[in-house]
Design a protein around this ligand. Structure first.
Ligand code: SF4
Length: 157
């Protein structure tokens, strides 16, 4: 997997202070997309074991308390990303007790493959659907257009 950016402290992508990873690779080609540089699956930098370990360490850092991990892109559920993203979310759930996971995808929840659904099983908040320029609204929280849905999947949130 490749990624375009990792922010170890982020307060704009989800509730609270978070770690945020923007992965590369998106097949949706939404008109008006702000992240076209992340469409190619090999754009940006290689996602390494070192970065995966750093994300886990950042989430467990008690000096700056993060509420959880946000996964955006690109599309974290792009077929080229599912293996690495599944490994990451499994580690977060196992090793970062009490941290939540937010994930943004252009796929709709109803159309996920079994591999994508295995990731979503471990996600607390899923924002799904393509960006629709005609439904764009800058006043919306956590999403760019009104067709996108915020699914709160975890009962503890
Ligand atoms: S899903 Fe997101 S990253 Fe992909 S094309 Fe649409 S707006 Fe851009």
């Amino acid at each position: 997997m490749f990624y375009s950016a990792y922010h170890s402290i982020d307060v704009v992508n989800g509730e609270g202070t978070r770690c945020t990873l923007f992965v590369s690779g998106c097949a949706h080609a939404c008109k008006g997309c702000y992240n076209q540089s992340t469409w190619r699956v090999d754009a940006g930098h290689q996602f390494t074991q070192h970065l995966e370990d750093s994300i886990i360490a950042d989430l467990n850092d008690t000096r700056i308390r993060r509420r959880g991990l946000s996964l955006s892109g690109g599309d974290p559920l792009h077929p080229a990303n599912v293996s690495a993203v599944l490994q990451l979310v499994q580690r977060v759930k196992k090793e970062c007790i009490g941290k939540d996971i937010w994930l943004w995808t252009g796929y709709q929840m109803s159309e996920l493959t079994s591999e994508q659904a295995a990731i979503v099983e471990l996600v607390d908040v899923l924002i799904d659907g393509k960006f629709e320029q005609a439904l764009a609204d800058p006043s919306l929280k956590w999403r760019g257009s009104a067709n996108q849905i915020i699914h709160t999947l975890s009962k503890r949130l």
